[in-house]
Design a protein around this ligand. Sequence first.
Ligand SMILES: [Zn+2]
Length: 320
Amino acid sequence: MIILGVLFSALTSFRAGGPRPRPSQRSAIRTIVIDPGHGGFDTGTKGLDISEKEVTLAVSLKLGALIAEAFPDIKIVYTRTTDVMPGGGSTIASGLNYRANLANKSRGDLFIAIHCDNDGHLAGPFTVHKIVGHKYVGKGKRRHRVAIYDSYVGHHTRAGTEVFIWKASRGGTKSGVINQLGEGEGEVSDSSGESNSDSAAFDMNSPEAHMRAELYEKKFFANSALFATLVEDEFGRAGRNAEGVYQRDVGIRVLEATGMPSVLIETGFLSNVDEEKYLESEDGQNEVARNILSAIKRYKATLEGHPINNVDSPAAPKPF
Ligand SMILES: [Zn+2]
């Protein structure tokens, strides 16, 4: 579940567009940052038996192990590997800042946040009160309209996956982060390398800075969208209800603040009994991790100029 400002009106379904990635001779991905959502005092959403923070950690560790096996040269950075709030702070905001700063300091080439969703109600029975009409009561000046309510037991039918990406736009936090990364393929341009994300060395208001920020935003946006699309494609091939890729311009601070292609994956609904069982099981967690790994393989190959189809499925890939 995304905890910051869930403004669904800001959601727009993603359509393919933007520049294609340039082919590159070297490995397109050297560092992947895996961010298990929530942790410690922040449980995230809850199923009947398991909480989001447990699922996100289990899936993240399985994903990291699969990546290490498939690509021994890729460095894996976890924002947490145990049940803690990353950074050890006492607020969710401090954890989000820590996650983003760690990703930036690690010079990640891809940021993957793992989460679970709910349908607006926690798991288990819930009562829905719905207005089914109106009636007038009272007489004379006291006569007024009141709502007629009906109550019924709700059902958790919503299931499936969604992937969120940050919406490219001028200005805002991401411009700052992108701008400070300097020139080169996501590399910090100063010689000291680390810990310069708060540096004021760059004139943020110069025309060059704006142009560079815009360029990077577009580049990260296209690659974020490409990877997100591949993740959803893999979930769909596995038989999941892949609801699609969505872009947002507010409320996903951990994506806003990372100066690299970044996605937030909602791996399923813990409010749905069947999906909770799936996400709680070793088989389910392994499948989710394998699906994301397949997407990473296709993403990496595409960036390196030799796109591959899904190796496990004979179906033709959907065009990006
Ligand atoms: Zn969450």
